[in-house]
Design a protein around this ligand. Structure first.
Ligand SMILES: [Zn+2]
Ligand SMILES: [Zn+2]
Length: 391
């Protein structure tokens, strides 16, 4: 290829036919969507690099993200979505708003790595249809709105953190013993002893979603991604034909979430350390963590999303583009739940009547009572999030 052709390929234009070069999910390679000519993914770095967190603030200020794309700001939720020439967004993939404003490029930390899409749109749609069918308590009109929603492929922004730590802890180890009074009543009591010690830990790729708060709650439901094994060096080639959200949460904020994960793991290790000394109870009262290393990287992870408004509320669902796991938000239909409770009560009453020998002609009307009862776990969290895992 000559220089001019290389420049075209960089802009995702096929040197052979002028078609668009896109990531072929089924073949896991880059190729022309028209003539199927395969292309090498061209990256500027050879491997996915971890950066020392101490240098983050300076790096945030001096670099530019998403080369050769423009960023659109959503007037609804404030998400910043990167689009290339081959892809135009008409609705915000994070909230369903049509108020999209074109923005210029912004400075930021460019992605270090990416997991290319592994789940194609058809598979994502099938997984999603199964998910909707299992939501029997959602209002029918919402189900229809869900089904009509078009899936958009989007790369979601994440920070991952690696850390090596040592923790000094102070706490108590407990020994249980039994006392018996003069009437022979036995009572179990605990005798506490002060303990302290040291535990260590090393962490690889603690994942923190850097999308907007509302959306990140849905994203949480489709985690984890296998960033340890499947992250490849970033290239804008992977973004061709997809959207990409610019991070809304800087690493300086995301690191606090990662530190909390480290804290709770170190606390559990300290408890195990106390128990290993022969105590049967453990309490950790304080923990002093020293970070020997703390590094981060910025990765883009694939997802299929659809977002829309229904009865004045926003709904969003996400299908993990690597694993196919589905997560979403939806309301419960109160009439359906009331009907289910009624049916379940009718079955119980019917069973009692049968057992006592009385006729119970109404009981047969209740349909699949076991299924109804077992899905009644928390019907009154009426606007709660929901998910199931699909394998
Ligand atoms: Zn071509
Ligand atoms: Zn939006």
């Amino acid at each position: 290829m000559n220089t001019q052709q290389e420049e075209q390929v960089d802009r995702h234009i096929c040197a052979n036919c002028g078609g668009t070069i896109k990531w072929n999910i089924a073949k896991q390679r880059l190729e022309c969507a028209s003539c199927r000519t395969p292309y090498e993914v061209r990256t500027t770095v050879e491997r996915v690099e971890e950066h020392d967190f101490a240098g983050y603030v300076q790096r945030e200020g001096e670099r530019v993200s998403f080369p050769e794309t423009s960023v659109i700001a959503c007037g609804g939720c404030g998400a910043h979505i990167a689009v290339d020439d081959t892809c135009t967004a008409t609705v915000c993939p994070m909230c369903g708003s049509t108020q999209l404003l074109e923005r210029r490029q912004e400075a930021g930390v460019p992605p270090d790595g990416v997991i290319p899409f592994r789940i194609d749109q058809d598979t994502a749609q099938q997984n999603f249809s199964r998910w909707v069918k299992s939501r029997w308590f959602a209002p029918n009109r919402l189900k229809q709105a869900y089904q009509a929603g078009k899936l958009q492929g989007i790369y979601l922004p994440f920070w991952t953190f690696d850390a090596c730590v040592t923790s000094h802890y102070w706490g108590q180890g407990g020994e249980t013993y039994v006392v018996e009074d003069k009437d022979g009543n036995r009572d179990t009591r605990i005798r506490w002893f002060p303990v302290s010690g040291v535990v260590e830990g090393s962490y690889d790729d603690l994942q923190v979603c850097a999308t907007l708060h509302e959306a990140s709650q849905v994203v949480e439901k489709v985690l984890p991604y296998n960033t340890v094994d499947n992250t490849t060096p970033f290239s804008s080639s992977y973004l061709s034909g997809f959207l990409a959200e610019r991070y809304a949460v800087p690493a300086t904020e995301a690191v606090e979430t990662a530190r909390k994960q480290v804290y709770s793991d170190q606390e559990q290790q300290a408890e195990r350390d106390i128990l290993s000394r022969g105590y049967d109870r453990a309490r950790v009262s304080s923990l002093d963590i020293t970070y020997h290393t703390l590094t981060y990287k910025h990765v883009l992870l694939p997802a299929w999303t659809s977002a829309f408004a229904y009865n004045g509320k926003q709904y969003m669902y996400i299908i993990n583009g690597e694993s196919g796991k589905v997560g979403g938000q939806r309301p419960y239909s109160i009439p359906k739940i009331v009907a289910a409770v009624g049916a379940a009560v009718a079955v119980v009453v019917g069973a009692v009547l049968l057992l006592t020998g009385a006729a119970a002609p109404g009981a047969a009307a209740a349909d699949q009572p076991d299924a109804l009862i077992c899905q009644m776990e928390s019907p009154w969290q009426s606007w709660d999030n929901d998910m199931i895992e699909l394998t």
